[in-house]
Design a protein around this ligand. Structure first.
Ligand SMILES: [Zn+2]
Length: 187
């Protein structure tokens, strides 16, 4: 409920949708939602709307051919309503060009995080790393490209443990993100 007590109250809009594909541990999916929410709240002063995240559960789409996962998931994410839609799956997303599974992808308002490569981490490390990676995937979904500052969560990570060196999003990426998120809200 919106409370108006003289102060300017920003509208709440269900603009971000988190799609939980298949059987993702409940605590983990809550943690990832919280991680993304806290990150968005940290930019709240500069965002046009207070970020709201709605959660949708879906079965994994049918994956027939290795290397086609990105295409299949993108099509599925496109069918979900939300200004920016980010999915989480336990399935591997194989990249034919680099011949390995990737952490995820994002562009044009849609993104997907795969926990597959993180499965060998301890529970604690897995949460911590995925909590950062979801922010990166969200950034990519909002069309912020990989960052060249080695100390930024949005920089490129080759191995899962490379995420341990990053604790925040750099000023430059934060600025770009605010601009892009506001743009997505308008569209
Ligand atoms: Zn950055």
């Amino acid at each position: 409920m919106e409370k108006l007590d003289g102060a300017l109250v920003k509208m709440r809009k269900p603009l971000i949708t988190l799609v939980i594909y298949g059987q993702i541990n409940h605590d983990l999916s809550n943690y990832l939602k919280e991680s993304l929410y806290n990150f968005l709240r940290s930019m709240d002063d500069d965002l046009k709307y207070t970020p709201e995240i709605s959660v949708v559960k879906k079965p994994n789409p049918k994956l027939e051919k290795k290397g086609k996962e990105e295409e299949v998931f993108l099509r599925d994410l496109d069918s979900v309503s939300g200004k920016i839609v980010v999915g989480i799956t336990g399935k591997g997303i194989y990249d034919n060009y680099i011949s390995r599974n990737i952490f995820g992808f994002g562009r044009g308002g849609n993104g997907l995080l795969s926990s597959h490569r993180f499965r060998k981490s301890t529970q604690r490390k897995m949460r911590e790393r995925l909590g950062k990676e979801i922010i990166k995937i969200f950034g990519l979904a909002a069309d912020v490209r990989h960052c060249f500052h080695g100390n930024c969560i949005l920089s490129y990570h080759r191995r899962v443990k490379d995420l341990d060196r990053n604790h925040r999003v750099c000023e430059n990426c934060t600025k770009k993100l605010i601009q892009n998120i506001n743009q997505y809200m308008e569209d």
